[in-house]
Design a protein around this ligand. Structure first.
Ligand code: NAI
Ligand code: MG
Length: 332
């Protein structure tokens, strides 16, 4: 069997700080992977003149999956591809964001939910038209993208033994577009034994706080999933607790759902759990189920012993937190 290859893109800000923790932890497991470091982002642009050099695209093309940190996107300048470019390029149509409270001492709400977010269209087409008085955005909802994301979510429920799938939309206001998504959801769900529900997105935002047990798996449109997943991560401890996978039919990129956090970059205080758990998702994607669950177990074990970073009241730094987890690996 040939060794699986993983492209590793740290990116900007805290991206490299947290991704290196995930890599170090994985290197201490019983799994043989070859890591191929690659560059992308604003720092890379300043150094090489390119936001995403050809060598990085080659590394991605040659690998079985990618572990990604975050890149800084300037709101002033329009140039520079973000993770949106890679999602489109590899047709990574499903963004999977599991959010779970790992210990009673972190977070506010006992959530255990997987948010499956449509990752290719919706509000993120990037097609905007200016006229004399303003800008109109083309928001796209297609039958094809809706059907494949709903099918993906139903399959995920089956695989992960989640019994209820909630379709989150705003079809009362966006009758045709979200109406299409809703119709496709109920068509597909009727052929499945997963319990199907629907919820308007504003009500879903409240339900995450007030009735977390009602939510098991959510399938939703791009922007709604983006916002609800940050909210959900915040409820279980903060943005440092939100792992994610961008998954397509032939490739996948795993990344913490937070950004490059320029406000804390370089201080060594970033919480690497989201990146580490994204690494666990990647191992599961590669079929390494036992090693993936060891990562999840060691994170929970650490939290139960007060091994915590500063954002959740602990004393550990990004690197010492990771060292401590590595030291506990033989217990899980
Ligand atoms: P952000 O997620 O980077 O940070 C928001 C807040 O959460 C900040 O106060 C930050 O310090 C904190 N935070 C985030 N991750 C943390 C962690 N692991 N541990 C402790 N605290 C953490 O979002 P923001 O500030 O809106 O964006 C910063 C940059 O990141 C922007 O240029 C944005 O475009 C980019 N970004 C990139 C993403 C990607 O590459 N996938 C995703 C989201 C944002
Ligand atoms: Mg986001």
């Amino acid at each position: 069997m040939t060794m699986k290859k993983i492209a590793v893109i740290g990116g900007d800000g805290i991206g490299p700080e947290v991704v290196s923790c995930a890599v170090r932890l994985i290197e201490n497991l019983d799994v043989d992977l070859e890591f191929i470091p690659a560059e992308m982002g604003l720092e890379c642009y300043r150094k090489t003149g390119s936001f995403i050099p050809d060598a990085t695209m080659d590394a991605l093309e040659q690998s079985d999956a990618c572990l990604f940190g975050a890149v800084t996107t300037s709101l002033e300048e329009k140039k520079g591809p973000s993770i949106l470019f890679l999602r489109k390029h590899f047709d990574l149509y499903a963004n999977v964001r599991p959010v779970k409270r790992l210990h009673p001492s972190v977070g506010l709400v006992d959530l255990d939910v997987v948010i499956v977010r449509e990752n290719t269209e919706g509000m993120y087409t990037g097609i905007e038209h200016a006229d004399t008085d303003g800008v109109t955005l083309e928001r796209r909802v297609s039958e094809k993208a809706s059907r494949r994301i709903v099918r993906f979510a139903l399959r995920l429920c089956k695989d992960e033994k989640r019994r209820r799938l909630t379709c989150v939309h705003k079809a009362n206001a966006m009758r045709m577009s979200d109406g299409l998504f809703r119709r496709v959801f109920f068509e597909e769900a009727s052929n499945s034994d997963i319990e199907s529900r629907e919820m308007l997105v504003d009500a879903a935002a409240a339900a995450l706080v007030l009735r977390p047990k009602d939510l098991d798996c959510i399938v939703t449109l791009n922007l709604y999933g983006d916002i609800l997943s940050d909210e959900a991560a915040a409820l279980v401890g903060g943005l440092g607790f939100g792992p994610s996978g961008n998954i397509g039919d032939r490739y996948a990129i795993f990344e913490p759902s937070h950004g490059s956090a320029p406000d804390i970059a370089g201080t060594g205080t970033a919480n690497p759990i989201a990146a580490i758990l994204s690494g666990a998702m990647m191992l599961r994607y590669l079929g390494e189920y036992v090693q993936a669950s060891r990562i999840e177990k060691v994170v929970r074990l650490g939290l139960s012993r007060g091994v915590k970073t500063i954002d959740v009241g602990g004393t550990y730094k990004t690197a010492t937190f990771t060292d401590a987890l590595i030291g506990m690996l033989d217990e899980v």
